[in-house]
Design a protein. Structure first.
Length: 229
């Protein structure tokens, strides 16, 4: 078995295990609502034009497509692809040129040896003015745990990911800590990554609902948003 086939087989196994774990999570609806609310906040900060009625969302690395139902409730068209559908390192997306308002890729790019195909395909599929949203660990804060996930192969810092996306042809690039549902200040202040990592508790803490928001949501990752001009 060659390296490409072995890598794809491992990713298929990882996908099945991950989806199986997520299917046992009874709070998928709440998680979807949290992700969508966060995207709405980032939309406002970046003056984006997405997540409105009759807009379209393409979800790359979609897993169990947990966002689909909540987006469709808002009359938003949703399509999702993961490793069981195609390999984004070398296969083309079965999507028309200039057809998508928003492409999201949450926790995918760090699993790709070569992200160029995924990024160039995203650029092709986005409408003019459309937005790409990527989340990934921030190597500056996650270096000690990054390779605990055996399928992680390529780490990024905010600067390295911004330069990569810019070289592909995207413009108006923003970077934020991958906090969820926080204030505008939490995403935009000068020390935003340091403060996001400084939060003492993750949102998954058992009794997190009893604590004030500023103590929750510890983040070692980042969002990068970019537009097709």
């Amino acid at each position: 078995m060659n390296k490409k086939n072995l890598d794809t087989k491992i990713k298929h196994l990882y996908f099945k295990q991950t989806v199986s774990r997520k299917e046992n999570d009874i709070d998928r609806v709440s998680l979807a609502k949290r992700e969508i609310e966060t995207l709405e906040i980032l939309k406002e900060i970046t003056n984006g034009d997405f997540l409105h009625e009759n807009s379209s969302v393409l979800d790359l690395g979609c897993g169990d497509q947990f966002l689909k139902q909540e987006l469709q409730k808002k009359n938003i068209e949703y399509l999702g692809f993961d490793i069981q559908d195609l390999n984004l390192e070398y296969e083309s997306l079965p999507i028309k040129d200039n057809s998508q308002d928003l492409i999201i890729s949450l926790a995918l790019i760090e699993h790709l040896y070569d992200p160029h195909n995924m990024l160039t395909e995203s650029l092709r599929c986005l409408k003019k003015g459309g937005t790409l949203v990527i989340s990934t660990p921030n190597w500056l804060y996650s270096s000690k745990i990054f390779f605990n996930d055996y399928t992680h192969v390529r780490p990024y810092t905010p600067k390295s990911l911004i330069h990569l996306i810019n070289d592909i042809g995207f413009s108006n690039i923003y970077d934020f800590p991958n906090l969820r549902c926080k204030s505008r200040f939490a995403y935009t202040n000068r020390f935003r990554y340091f403060l996001a990592n400084l939060r003492p508790l993750t949102s998954d803490f058992r009794f997190s609902y009893l604590l004030p928001s500023f103590l929750k949501g510890k983040s070692k990752g980042m969002f990068v948003l970019a537009k097709k001009i």
